[in-house]
Design a protein. Sequence first.
Length: 143
Amino acid sequence: MKRTLITALILASALAIFVSQAFAAPKTHLVYVTDVDANAAVGLLPNAGVMVVALESKPATGLTWQVKSMNANVLEQVGKPFTRTFKNGKAVTTMMFKALNAGTDDLVLHLSKGQSKGPFEEFKLHVKVGGDVQPTTPIKPQG
């Protein structure tokens, strides 16, 4: 898992270069989220925040990460999910989201196979955009 996390962070760093060029705004900031950040709270600036979510996946089983629930007034998915399989057989799916308007969203992602019963795994984040929020790295809930 450590190795997958490190690999995901390297991949996310490469994406940072792409995102910084794709969103050439002077106040653009990036927040990286991985498997260990499940149920965390994330703060983003409206029209300037980009969140990169990198989650361990299982493409050989046909399971893929999909957005189950997202407030389209607050977040917008940028592009399609990208899955990278490594030599050790592990895989990481990376998704990007752009902050749009002030508000909150409980982003829910499911690891599932098409329309089959499931999900096999669920990943949730509480995202707050704007207001008094400062751009943050994920913060785990206390308690």
